[in-house]
Design a protein around this ligand. Structure first.
Ligand code: ADP
Ligand code: GN1
Ligand code: MG
Length: 381
Protein backbone atom coordinates (compact mmCIF):
# COMPACT_ATOMS: atom_id res chain seq x y z
CA UNK A 1 0.00 0.00 0.00
CA UNK A 2 1.45 3.36 -0.96
CA UNK A 3 1.11 6.39 1.28
CA UNK A 4 1.80 9.63 -0.51
CA UNK A 5 4.48 11.85 0.97
CA UNK A 6 2.50 14.94 0.09
CA UNK A 7 -0.35 13.75 2.30
CA UNK A 8 1.93 13.62 5.29
CA UNK A 9 3.87 16.73 4.54
CA UNK A 10 0.89 18.79 3.50
CA UNK A 11 0.95 22.08 5.33
CA UNK A 12 -1.42 21.93 8.27
CA UNK A 13 -1.91 25.14 10.14
CA UNK A 14 -4.32 24.47 12.92
CA UNK A 15 -6.16 27.48 14.23
CA UNK A 16 -5.62 27.14 17.94
CA UNK A 17 -8.70 26.27 19.90
CA UNK A 18 -9.91 29.08 22.06
CA UNK A 19 -8.51 31.83 19.84
CA UNK A 20 -11.85 32.45 18.18
CA UNK A 21 -13.26 35.74 19.36
CA UNK A 22 -16.74 35.64 20.83
CA UNK A 23 -17.86 38.31 18.36
CA UNK A 24 -16.70 36.20 15.37
CA UNK A 25 -18.42 33.15 16.82
CA UNK A 26 -21.65 35.05 17.27
CA UNK A 27 -21.41 36.28 13.67
CA UNK A 28 -21.04 32.69 12.51
CA UNK A 29 -23.92 31.60 14.75
CA UNK A 30 -26.04 34.22 12.99
CA UNK A 31 -25.91 32.18 9.78
CA UNK A 32 -27.77 29.27 11.45
CA UNK A 33 -31.50 29.00 11.84
CA UNK A 34 -31.57 29.62 15.60
CA UNK A 35 -34.48 30.33 17.86
CA UNK A 36 -33.71 33.90 18.95
CA UNK A 37 -30.52 35.93 18.83
CA UNK A 38 -27.14 34.43 19.73
CA UNK A 39 -25.53 36.18 22.72
CA UNK A 40 -22.97 33.74 24.17
CA UNK A 41 -20.60 31.15 22.72
CA UNK A 42 -17.94 29.45 24.87
CA UNK A 43 -15.60 26.41 24.44
CA UNK A 44 -17.26 23.20 25.56
CA UNK A 45 -16.57 19.48 26.14
CA UNK A 46 -13.41 17.41 25.84
CA UNK A 47 -13.52 15.84 22.36
CA UNK A 48 -10.17 15.32 20.63
CA UNK A 49 -11.21 16.34 17.13
CA UNK A 50 -13.49 19.33 16.56
CA UNK A 51 -13.59 22.73 18.26
CA UNK A 52 -16.84 22.60 20.14
CA UNK A 53 -18.74 25.57 21.59
CA UNK A 54 -21.84 25.92 23.70
CA UNK A 55 -23.96 28.55 22.02
CA UNK A 56 -26.86 30.37 23.64
CA UNK A 57 -29.56 32.36 21.90
CA UNK A 58 -32.48 34.21 23.39
CA UNK A 59 -35.98 35.36 22.50
CA UNK A 60 -38.52 35.01 25.33
CA UNK A 61 -36.49 32.01 26.48
CA UNK A 62 -32.88 30.85 26.29
CA UNK A 63 -32.12 28.20 23.65
CA UNK A 64 -28.91 26.21 23.72
CA UNK A 65 -26.94 24.76 20.81
CA UNK A 66 -23.65 23.05 20.08
CA UNK A 67 -21.63 24.98 17.48
CA UNK A 68 -18.62 23.15 16.03
CA UNK A 69 -15.78 24.17 13.80
CA UNK A 70 -15.18 20.95 11.95
CA UNK A 71 -11.68 19.53 11.83
CA UNK A 72 -10.94 19.39 8.12
CA UNK A 73 -7.50 17.88 8.61
CA UNK A 74 -9.22 14.76 9.96
CA UNK A 75 -12.36 15.03 7.84
CA UNK A 76 -11.21 16.18 4.44
CA UNK A 77 -14.75 15.96 3.04
CA UNK A 78 -16.91 17.75 5.62
CA UNK A 79 -19.86 17.86 3.18
CA UNK A 80 -19.82 14.05 3.09
CA UNK A 81 -19.72 13.87 6.90
CA UNK A 82 -22.73 16.14 7.19
CA UNK A 83 -24.57 14.26 4.47
CA UNK A 84 -24.02 10.94 6.31
CA UNK A 85 -25.25 12.42 9.58
CA UNK A 86 -28.32 13.85 7.90
CA UNK A 87 -29.11 10.52 6.22
CA UNK A 88 -28.74 8.54 9.43
CA UNK A 89 -30.76 10.99 11.53
CA UNK A 90 -33.52 11.14 8.91
CA UNK A 91 -33.65 7.33 8.77
CA UNK A 92 -33.91 7.07 12.56
CA UNK A 93 -36.57 9.77 12.71
CA UNK A 94 -38.68 8.01 10.09
CA UNK A 95 -38.27 4.68 11.80
CA UNK A 96 -39.43 5.68 15.24
CA UNK A 97 -41.33 8.90 14.78
CA UNK A 98 -40.03 11.92 16.66
CA UNK A 99 -39.92 10.13 20.01
CA UNK A 100 -38.08 6.90 20.68
CA UNK A 101 -40.22 4.59 22.87
CA UNK A 102 -37.56 4.12 25.54
CA UNK A 103 -36.96 7.87 25.95
CA UNK A 104 -33.85 7.88 23.75
CA UNK A 105 -33.41 11.17 21.88
CA UNK A 106 -31.42 11.34 18.69
CA UNK A 107 -29.24 14.29 17.76
CA UNK A 108 -30.94 17.06 15.84
CA UNK A 109 -29.05 19.13 13.27
CA UNK A 110 -29.69 22.86 12.94
CA UNK A 111 -29.54 23.95 9.32
CA UNK A 112 -28.30 27.32 8.13
CA UNK A 113 -30.86 29.99 7.22
CA UNK A 114 -30.24 28.93 3.61
CA UNK A 115 -31.19 25.34 4.45
CA UNK A 116 -27.60 23.97 4.31
CA UNK A 117 -26.16 21.36 6.66
CA UNK A 118 -23.02 23.44 7.33
CA UNK A 119 -21.73 26.97 6.93
CA UNK A 120 -18.42 27.78 5.26
CA UNK A 121 -16.95 31.08 6.46
CA UNK A 122 -14.82 33.55 4.51
CA UNK A 123 -11.64 31.75 5.67
CA UNK A 124 -12.98 28.50 4.19
CA UNK A 125 -13.62 26.97 7.62
CA UNK A 126 -16.60 24.67 8.09
CA UNK A 127 -19.11 25.16 10.89
CA UNK A 128 -22.10 23.10 11.93
CA UNK A 129 -24.72 23.27 14.62
CA UNK A 130 -26.83 20.85 16.70
CA UNK A 131 -29.60 21.36 19.22
CA UNK A 132 -28.07 21.04 22.68
CA UNK A 133 -29.58 18.06 24.48
CA UNK A 134 -30.57 19.57 27.83
CA UNK A 135 -30.57 17.93 31.26
CA UNK A 136 -27.79 15.55 30.34
CA UNK A 137 -24.21 14.97 31.41
CA UNK A 138 -21.12 13.46 29.82
CA UNK A 139 -18.61 11.20 31.54
CA UNK A 140 -14.93 11.17 30.69
CA UNK A 141 -14.63 8.04 32.81
CA UNK A 142 -17.10 5.44 33.93
CA UNK A 143 -17.52 5.34 37.70
CA UNK A 144 -19.67 2.24 38.21
CA UNK A 145 -21.00 -0.82 36.35
CA UNK A 146 -24.46 0.67 35.85
CA UNK A 147 -22.98 3.53 33.80
CA UNK A 148 -21.11 0.98 31.68
CA UNK A 149 -24.39 -0.92 31.29
CA UNK A 150 -26.27 2.21 30.22
CA UNK A 151 -23.65 3.39 27.73
CA UNK A 152 -23.46 -0.05 26.12
CA UNK A 153 -27.24 -0.39 26.03
CA UNK A 154 -27.41 2.94 24.21
CA UNK A 155 -24.72 2.13 21.63
CA UNK A 156 -26.24 -1.34 21.18
CA UNK A 157 -29.68 0.14 20.60
CA UNK A 158 -28.21 2.56 18.07
CA UNK A 159 -26.58 -0.27 16.14
CA UNK A 160 -29.74 -2.38 16.28
CA UNK A 161 -31.86 0.51 14.97
CA UNK A 162 -29.49 0.87 12.02
CA UNK A 163 -29.61 -2.84 11.26
CA UNK A 164 -31.75 -2.28 8.16
CA UNK A 165 -29.90 0.76 6.85
CA UNK A 166 -28.17 0.08 3.55
CA UNK A 167 -24.45 0.68 4.19
CA UNK A 168 -23.86 1.46 0.51
CA UNK A 169 -25.73 4.73 0.98
CA UNK A 170 -23.02 6.10 3.27
CA UNK A 171 -19.92 8.02 2.20
CA UNK A 172 -16.55 6.78 3.42
CA UNK A 173 -15.52 9.76 5.50
CA UNK A 174 -12.16 8.43 6.71
CA UNK A 175 -10.73 5.70 4.48
CA UNK A 176 -9.13 2.77 6.35
CA UNK A 177 -10.50 4.01 9.65
CA UNK A 178 -10.53 0.62 11.38
CA UNK A 179 -7.96 -1.03 9.12
CA UNK A 180 -5.20 -2.32 11.37
CA UNK A 181 -2.88 -3.13 8.45
CA UNK A 182 -3.17 0.48 7.29
CA UNK A 183 -2.57 1.77 10.82
CA UNK A 184 0.60 -0.33 11.06
CA UNK A 185 1.77 1.02 7.72
CA UNK A 186 1.15 4.59 8.86
CA UNK A 187 3.26 3.87 11.95
CA UNK A 188 6.03 2.38 9.80
CA UNK A 189 5.94 5.47 7.59
CA UNK A 190 6.16 7.78 10.60
CA UNK A 191 9.17 5.75 11.81
CA UNK A 192 10.74 6.17 8.38
CA UNK A 193 10.23 9.95 8.20
CA UNK A 194 10.73 10.59 11.93
CA UNK A 195 10.04 14.32 11.37
CA UNK A 196 11.04 15.53 14.84
CA UNK A 197 13.53 12.85 15.92
CA UNK A 198 11.05 11.53 18.48
CA UNK A 199 11.71 7.92 17.57
CA UNK A 200 14.40 7.40 20.18
CA UNK A 201 11.94 8.04 23.01
CA UNK A 202 9.32 5.74 21.51
CA UNK A 203 11.48 2.59 21.26
CA UNK A 204 9.92 0.56 24.13
CA UNK A 205 6.42 1.24 22.79
CA UNK A 206 7.40 0.37 19.22
CA UNK A 207 8.92 -2.88 20.44
CA UNK A 208 5.76 -3.76 22.39
CA UNK A 209 3.56 -3.02 19.38
CA UNK A 210 5.68 -5.37 17.27
CA UNK A 211 5.50 -8.08 19.94
CA UNK A 212 1.72 -7.86 19.95
CA UNK A 213 1.30 -8.01 16.18
CA UNK A 214 -0.32 -11.46 16.50
CA UNK A 215 -3.52 -9.65 17.57
CA UNK A 216 -3.75 -7.88 14.21
CA UNK A 217 -3.02 -11.11 12.31
CA UNK A 218 -5.80 -12.87 14.19
CA UNK A 219 -8.23 -10.06 13.45
CA UNK A 220 -7.33 -9.91 9.75
CA UNK A 221 -7.89 -13.68 9.42
CA UNK A 222 -11.32 -13.36 11.02
CA UNK A 223 -12.48 -10.24 9.17
CA UNK A 224 -13.91 -11.94 6.08
CA UNK A 225 -16.23 -14.03 8.25
CA UNK A 226 -17.73 -10.99 9.98
CA UNK A 227 -20.97 -9.47 8.70
CA UNK A 228 -20.80 -5.89 7.43
CA UNK A 229 -22.89 -3.50 9.46
CA UNK A 230 -23.49 0.21 9.77
CA UNK A 231 -21.44 1.03 12.87
CA UNK A 232 -20.78 4.13 14.94
CA UNK A 233 -16.97 3.69 14.97
CA UNK A 234 -16.31 6.03 17.93
CA UNK A 235 -18.14 4.43 20.84
CA UNK A 236 -16.10 6.08 23.53
CA UNK A 237 -17.74 7.01 26.80
CA UNK A 238 -17.81 10.77 26.23
CA UNK A 239 -19.86 10.22 23.09
CA UNK A 240 -22.84 9.24 25.26
CA UNK A 241 -25.15 11.75 26.90
CA UNK A 242 -26.66 10.54 30.19
CA UNK A 243 -29.96 11.78 31.59
CA UNK A 244 -29.34 14.00 34.62
CA UNK A 245 -32.41 12.74 36.47
CA UNK A 246 -32.40 9.02 35.76
CA UNK A 247 -28.72 8.43 34.93
CA UNK A 248 -29.86 6.51 31.86
CA UNK A 249 -28.01 6.70 28.54
CA UNK A 250 -30.13 9.02 26.43
CA UNK A 251 -28.31 10.23 23.28
CA UNK A 252 -25.53 8.87 21.10
CA UNK A 253 -23.43 11.77 19.80
CA UNK A 254 -20.40 12.23 17.52
CA UNK A 255 -21.84 10.59 14.42
CA UNK A 256 -18.96 11.64 12.13
CA UNK A 257 -17.41 8.22 11.67
CA UNK A 258 -20.55 6.19 10.99
CA UNK A 259 -19.56 3.87 8.15
CA UNK A 260 -19.68 0.24 7.16
CA UNK A 261 -17.70 -1.85 9.59
CA UNK A 262 -17.88 -4.57 12.17
CA UNK A 263 -19.74 -4.78 15.47
CA UNK A 264 -16.50 -6.04 17.04
CA UNK A 265 -14.78 -2.66 16.85
CA UNK A 266 -17.82 -0.80 18.25
CA UNK A 267 -17.76 -3.24 21.16
CA UNK A 268 -13.98 -2.87 21.33
CA UNK A 269 -13.96 0.89 21.75
CA UNK A 270 -16.34 0.45 24.67
CA UNK A 271 -13.98 -2.06 26.29
CA UNK A 272 -11.26 0.54 25.80
CA UNK A 273 -13.15 3.41 27.41
CA UNK A 274 -15.85 1.88 29.65
CA UNK A 275 -13.75 -0.54 31.71
CA UNK A 276 -11.08 1.83 33.03
CA UNK A 277 -11.29 4.12 36.04
CA UNK A 278 -8.70 6.61 34.79
CA UNK A 279 -8.55 8.85 31.74
CA UNK A 280 -6.57 8.27 28.54
CA UNK A 281 -4.17 10.91 29.89
CA UNK A 282 -3.77 9.40 33.33
CA UNK A 283 -0.30 9.36 34.86
CA UNK A 284 -1.49 6.75 37.36
CA UNK A 285 -0.86 3.43 35.59
CA UNK A 286 -3.03 1.49 38.02
CA UNK A 287 -6.11 3.51 37.07
CA UNK A 288 -5.80 2.53 33.43
CA UNK A 289 -6.44 -1.19 33.65
CA UNK A 290 -9.50 -3.23 32.76
CA UNK A 291 -11.92 -3.65 35.69
CA UNK A 292 -13.89 -6.90 35.42
CA UNK A 293 -16.96 -5.41 37.18
CA UNK A 294 -17.16 -2.55 34.65
CA UNK A 295 -16.61 -5.03 31.82
CA UNK A 296 -19.54 -7.08 33.10
CA UNK A 297 -21.75 -3.97 33.22
CA UNK A 298 -20.80 -3.20 29.63
CA UNK A 299 -21.38 -6.72 28.32
CA UNK A 300 -24.77 -7.05 30.04
CA UNK A 301 -25.96 -3.70 28.65
CA UNK A 302 -24.90 -4.69 25.15
CA UNK A 303 -26.48 -8.14 25.48
CA UNK A 304 -29.78 -6.68 26.65
CA UNK A 305 -30.40 -5.02 23.30
CA UNK A 306 -28.19 -6.96 20.89
CA UNK A 307 -28.85 -10.60 21.74
CA UNK A 308 -31.50 -10.87 18.99
CA UNK A 309 -29.22 -9.22 16.40
CA UNK A 310 -25.71 -10.53 17.06
CA UNK A 311 -24.41 -13.50 15.04
CA UNK A 312 -22.48 -16.40 16.54
CA UNK A 313 -19.19 -15.42 14.90
CA UNK A 314 -19.52 -11.92 16.36
CA UNK A 315 -20.47 -13.18 19.81
CA UNK A 316 -17.61 -15.66 19.91
CA UNK A 317 -15.04 -12.99 18.98
CA UNK A 318 -16.22 -9.99 21.01
CA UNK A 319 -13.11 -9.93 23.17
CA UNK A 320 -10.88 -9.85 20.11
CA UNK A 321 -12.78 -6.63 19.21
CA UNK A 322 -11.58 -5.17 22.52
CA UNK A 323 -7.99 -6.22 21.92
CA UNK A 324 -7.80 -4.95 18.34
CA UNK A 325 -9.27 -1.52 19.14
CA UNK A 326 -6.94 -0.95 22.09
CA UNK A 327 -4.02 -2.15 19.96
CA UNK A 328 -5.00 0.16 17.07
CA UNK A 329 -5.43 3.10 19.44
CA UNK A 330 -1.89 2.54 20.78
CA UNK A 331 -0.63 2.56 17.17
CA UNK A 332 -2.63 5.71 16.35
CA UNK A 333 -1.42 7.68 19.39
CA UNK A 334 2.18 6.62 18.80
CA UNK A 335 2.01 7.51 15.10
CA UNK A 336 0.71 10.94 16.04
CA UNK A 337 3.42 11.39 18.68
CA UNK A 338 6.13 10.63 16.11
CA UNK A 339 4.39 12.86 13.55
CA UNK A 340 4.52 15.85 15.94
CA UNK A 341 0.92 15.67 17.21
CA UNK A 342 -0.93 16.73 14.10
CA UNK A 343 -4.08 14.65 14.66
CA UNK A 344 -5.10 14.53 18.33
CA UNK A 345 -5.41 17.64 20.44
CA UNK A 346 -2.77 17.80 23.15
CA UNK A 347 -2.27 20.05 26.15
CA UNK A 348 1.12 18.75 27.34
CA UNK A 349 4.23 17.98 25.21
CA UNK A 350 4.41 14.17 25.43
CA UNK A 351 0.73 13.50 25.86
CA UNK A 352 0.42 11.22 22.85
CA UNK A 353 3.30 9.08 24.12
CA UNK A 354 1.65 8.88 27.53
CA UNK A 355 -1.62 7.93 25.83
CA UNK A 356 0.21 5.18 23.92
CA UNK A 357 1.65 3.78 27.16
CA UNK A 358 -1.79 3.78 28.76
CA UNK A 359 -3.28 1.85 25.84
CA UNK A 360 -0.50 -0.73 25.99
CA UNK A 361 -0.96 -1.04 29.74
CA UNK A 362 -4.69 -1.56 29.29
CA UNK A 363 -4.11 -4.14 26.57
CA UNK A 364 -1.75 -6.00 28.91
CA UNK A 365 -4.42 -6.10 31.60
CA UNK A 366 -7.05 -7.39 29.14
CA UNK A 367 -4.67 -10.14 28.04
CA UNK A 368 -3.97 -11.11 31.65
CA UNK A 369 -7.67 -11.43 32.44
CA UNK A 370 -8.68 -13.02 29.16
CA UNK A 371 -10.19 -16.19 30.67
CA UNK A 372 -12.30 -14.27 33.19
CA UNK A 373 -13.49 -11.73 30.60
CA UNK A 374 -14.42 -14.51 28.19
CA UNK A 375 -16.39 -16.20 30.97
CA UNK A 376 -18.31 -12.95 31.58
CA UNK A 377 -19.24 -12.78 27.88
CA UNK A 378 -20.44 -16.39 28.04
CA UNK A 379 -22.55 -15.61 31.10
CA UNK A 380 -24.21 -12.45 29.65
CA UNK A 381 -24.83 -13.49 26.03
P1 ADP B 1 -15.33 15.47 19.05
O1 ADP B 1 -15.41 14.75 17.72
O2 ADP B 1 -14.30 16.53 19.05
O3 ADP B 1 -15.21 14.47 20.16
P2 ADP B 1 -18.16 15.73 19.77
O4 ADP B 1 -19.15 15.84 18.67
O5 ADP B 1 -18.04 14.42 20.44
O6 ADP B 1 -16.73 16.23 19.22
O7 ADP B 1 -18.53 16.85 20.85
C1 ADP B 1 -17.64 17.18 21.92
C2 ADP B 1 -18.41 17.28 23.22
O8 ADP B 1 -19.48 18.23 23.11
C3 ADP B 1 -19.08 15.99 23.67
O9 ADP B 1 -18.21 15.12 24.37
C4 ADP B 1 -20.21 16.52 24.55
O10 ADP B 1 -19.72 16.86 25.82
C5 ADP B 1 -20.62 17.82 23.86
N1 ADP B 1 -21.78 17.67 22.94
C6 ADP B 1 -21.72 17.43 21.61
N2 ADP B 1 -22.95 17.44 21.06
C7 ADP B 1 -23.82 17.71 22.06
C8 ADP B 1 -25.24 17.89 22.13
N3 ADP B 1 -26.01 17.83 21.04
N4 ADP B 1 -25.80 18.19 23.34
C9 ADP B 1 -25.03 18.28 24.45
N5 ADP B 1 -23.68 18.13 24.46
C10 ADP B 1 -23.07 17.84 23.28
C1 GN1 C 1 -11.14 10.67 18.66
O1 GN1 C 1 -13.63 12.62 18.40
P1 GN1 C 1 -13.35 11.85 19.65
O2 GN1 C 1 -12.55 12.59 20.66
O3 GN1 C 1 -14.63 11.25 20.17
C2 GN1 C 1 -11.01 9.81 17.41
C3 GN1 C 1 -11.30 8.35 17.77
C4 GN1 C 1 -10.31 7.90 18.82
C5 GN1 C 1 -10.40 8.81 20.03
C6 GN1 C 1 -9.34 8.51 21.06
C7 GN1 C 1 -12.43 10.87 14.12
O4 GN1 C 1 -12.46 10.58 19.16
O5 GN1 C 1 -11.19 7.53 16.63
O6 GN1 C 1 -10.60 6.59 19.20
O7 GN1 C 1 -10.24 10.21 19.65
N1 GN1 C 1 -11.91 10.27 16.37
C8 GN1 C 1 -11.46 10.36 15.10
O8 GN1 C 1 -9.69 9.10 22.25
O9 GN1 C 1 -10.32 10.04 14.75
MG1 MG D 1 -16.50 13.00 20.70
Amino acid sequence: MKISVSWWLRAYTPITYGTDQMTDLLDIAGFFDLNGEAYSCVPYGSGHIHDTYLLEAKNEEVHRYILQRMNTFVFTKPEAVQDNIWRILSFLKKQEGEKHPSGIKDLDLVETKEGELFFQDSRGLYWRCFHFIDNTFVLDNVQNPSQAFEGARLFGDFLARLNDYNPRRLHVTIPHFMDVEWRLKQLAYAEFTNPDARLKKAQPELKRIRQLQGISEQFIRLQKALPDRVVHNDTKINNVLFDQETGKGITVIDLDTIMTGTLLTDFGDMVRTFTVKGSEDSTDKASYTCQAALFEGLVSGYAEVLSPVITEVERANLLLGGKIVIYMQAIRFLTDYINKDVYYKITTPEQNLLRTRNQLNLLGSVLEQETDLQRIIGKCF
